[in-house]
Structure formats: structure tokens, C-alpha cells
Design a protein around this ligand. Sequence first.
Ligand code: SF4
Length: 553
Amino acid sequence: MTTTTGETRTAGATARPRRKKGEGQWGLGFREPLNANEQQKKDDNPLNVRGRIESIYAVHGFDSIDPADLRGRFRWMGLYTQRRPGIDGGRTATLEPEQLEDKYFMLRVRIDGGALTTQQLRVIGQISVEFARGTADITDRQNIQLHWIRIEDVPEIWRRLDEVGLSTTEACGDCPRVILGSPVAGIAADEIIDPTPAIREIAERYIGDPQFSNLPRKYKTALTGHPLQDVVPEINDIAFVGVHHPEHGPGFDLWVGGGLSTNPMLAQRLGAWVPLTEVAEVWAGVTGVFRDYGYRRLRTRARLKFLVADWGPEKFRQVLETEYLHRTLIDGPAPATPDRPGDHVGVNRQQDGRFFVGFSASAGRVSGETLVKIANVTEAHGSSRLRTTPMQKLLVLDVAEDRVDSLIGEMEVLGLSADPRTWRRSVLACTGIEYCKLAIVETKALATRVADELEKRLGALDSPITVNINGCPNSCARIQVADIGLKGQLVPGPDGEPVEGFQVHLGGGLGLDAGFGRKLRGHKVTAAELPDYVERLARNYLDGRRDGERFPQ
Ligand code: SF4
């Protein structure tokens, strides 16, 4: 694998001598900010921006916002300026930020563990209707994102979210982002261990804690106790994965250093077993290692995965134990690897005999009005609990057996399907050009078109084929770990002129087939051709497969 600095390196490679000036690791004494982002974080703790938003910017309007807050510290409060409408992807790389951005914001509501009550969902839906032009996307990190937010409305939105125990704090920025949690935590009949108490403890103790609000870069956490490893643990900075220890019972296997984007790496096991009661302490230890030894010189090397790749798991564990935990961790076994990560779409029995039902919305796109209706339908079926999932799905929990069919019927009317055989289940898309300033191509509407067309042409799918669509070379929609991964870029159209299209990656996967898809050189497809292209690939696979054979890796 080649890094952005031109070095060749392999995931898990051992430490090597670094350049004399260091890479900005605080733990080695390199405290001087080595780039503009680090300087901004040093100038003022980004968490302080909330006070300025409430007392200055919301009162005096968009033009009063300090650019260092607008394009830097606002992210710590879940706010990004959104793309100005009408700017095509060809100009993304050439325009200055102020030319690209609109005077409206995307606001990310963090939903740790994906756990929502109907009351919370209704409040998000109402905020969307009143302040966000009805927009709402369920993301692949269990958040809900709203668009078209005016800075003047942010304090009132926060007040309403606070009232129901929701927040946007550290939803973006170089800090601990939303904590992914198994969407079926505490309810699945086949669960190994319920991570809910640990998710709560990490969120309550450490989110918004200044000791972790200036990390080298974003920091992604995932916890699951479900055997289907339903939180994409392989591609998080830190993951706790449920496992049964032969002597100590159920607990978690500790993984570190996963991540996608331009240098994708799978997380590595540290070989340590962590009991539920120690998860938060160990999380804080690993986060401390990242804060102090993570690389801060180049943004492109600042994710934890680069440190883990350089140190290797043995050295990482040794530093964690000796400098941060001051004790040794218990050795533990690896969890069994699932065939595929679970998305829980369909009808499933809970531990208590009731049912949870998983629904797919088209590429996670819903609306504020729909969220309010979902809350009403859920309550009308005797439940007050829902979960978002890392696959852009929505689960309704605690449904009595005789209410399941009625629930499915009413949700179908709202555009959410519980049928696990639909193409809609398999297609995932990032925000794309509609709102994202980095985007080159449109994604959400295209994802819906692809799913609808394939549904018509090929009908029900007995084995899911995942199609993940990104609007740019980043990997918000995890293209490297999809059966068919599509990286947005401009490609030559029929007359040679550049049009919206994709670089194709084939055969990525998680679970048993964890690995990154092959980038097919010169293999590019235009957005207009995409339904035909996916249909061809799917037909080849479906016609040629032998019993139980997966999409080719
Ligand atoms: Fe934006 Fe690119 Fe992420 Fe899509 S993948 S949301 S276009 S940064």
C-alpha cells in the first residue's frame, strides 16, 4: 500500500524510524502546531464555539461568523456549511471554500448506539419540518442529518434536542464521533453480551470532555455484542466486539486502527479480552494513546490506523497497558467471524418473545414529516423504541406478534420496506453533490433510481449484492467494502465531454470476506449507464453462481 507521503507500507508493519522533526506526536514532545488545523485547535478549544454561536453568531447572523469557527470549530457542534446549489462537480476542486459554501448548514444529530425513543424521533422530525425544509437522512453512522439550517435557529434547535436528551456535540470534528452500537443491543435473542451500559458510560463521561476534544483527527468507535458484528467493527478506529471467554464469560475483543478513505486498513486485534465494566476505561486509554502519539503533522496521516500500522498490535498494547492503564489486559480469543455483517432488515424475535422489525428507506433518505409519522405508527403499534443502524436502516422494537403485519403495512405506505429481498436494502449512498462541498457527483437520487430499476428488471434478491455509492474519492459510503463500490468522479461521456460517473471497485466485503474491493483500472461507468451496468454484473453473478456462492471477491 502506498501512503500519501509516498512510502510503501503494509497494515501491521512494525515500527520504523521517523523523520527527525517527528510527526507532531504530543507524547514525543512535538507540541508546536504543524498545520493550520492544529493551530486552530490550539488557539481555542473547539468546544467553546457553542457559547459564541449562542451569544454572537445566532444573534448577528451568518456574516458575523469568524472563518476559523465557520470552517473549523463549528464541526465540533455537528455543523458544516452546505454546498451552494447549482455548482457542478467539475468546479469542486477549483473554487475557494467561500465560493462553494452556502449560508446554510448541515446539522448532524448524534444518536449513540442508534437508540431513539418515539419522542426523540418526533422532535427531530419536527425540527426538520420547522427549520430544515423537511430534510432528513439516516446516515451509515446511525446519525440523522438535517440540511438548510440557519445559524439563527441553532440555539432553539439545541434547546429542543436537549429537552429530549439528544445532542450535536462532537458529531463532527477531530474528536470522538457518534458511538456505533449494535442496533439490537439488549433485545436480540442470540446476543453474546449487551454493550448498552458501556455505550452510555463512554458517552456520559467522555463526549464533550476537553481532555479528548483535541485529537489528531476524527475518532470512530463501535461496540457490538451481536454475533453478526453489526457495527462494521473492521473499519472503526476502536471497536469492542462481543466474544465468550472460556474462563471469564462474555466480554469484548478489542480491535484498533481500522478506517477507509484513501489508505484503507482493517482494524487489528490486540488479543485482549475486556469485561463490560472496564470498556469505558480501556476506551479512554486507547483514546489517550491516539491523542498523545497520533500523527498531527499531515492530516492525511493523522488517523489512528497509521499509528497502529507503524507500531503493530504488540507495541500498541504494550504502550496502552504500561502508560495508560497501568495494568495488563486479559488475553482473549477471537470472536467467530460472521458470513456477512448483519443489517437486521425483516422480522426477528426478541429475547422477551416480542419482535423487532428492520426497515430500509431508500439510501437512508426520509423526511421530517416521515419521521413524525414513523413515531406515530410505532406508538400505535405499542412500541416507544427505535434504532438507527450503520447500514442506513431503521428498526422498530418491542412489537407484539399480532401487530407485526399491520406495522409493516403502514411503514410501507411511508416508503420503508421490511422485505429483506429488495434492492433498496442493498444500495447505500453518501450525501453527494446536493449538499456536500467535496462532492463531484450526485448520489442519493441515483441510488434510488438504481434500486428501483433493478427491482423492476431482476425482482427479489435471495442473496444481497451491496452497491455503495460515493460522491467523491472519500469513503463516507464505504465503497471499498461493498460488492460493487462506486467512487464518484467525472468520466468521459458518449461524446468525450466529462460527465458524472464512477470508478468501479469490485468484490470488497466485511465479515468472513473482509477485504477491499479491487479497483478495476480504466473501469469507469457514467451515472446514466449505472443501472444497466449493475444489472449486467448482477445477472452474471446470479446466472453463474453455484450453491450458496457469494458475489465474487
Ligand atoms: Fe461528501 Fe465525498 Fe463524503 Fe460523499 S464521500 S459525503 S461526497 S465527502
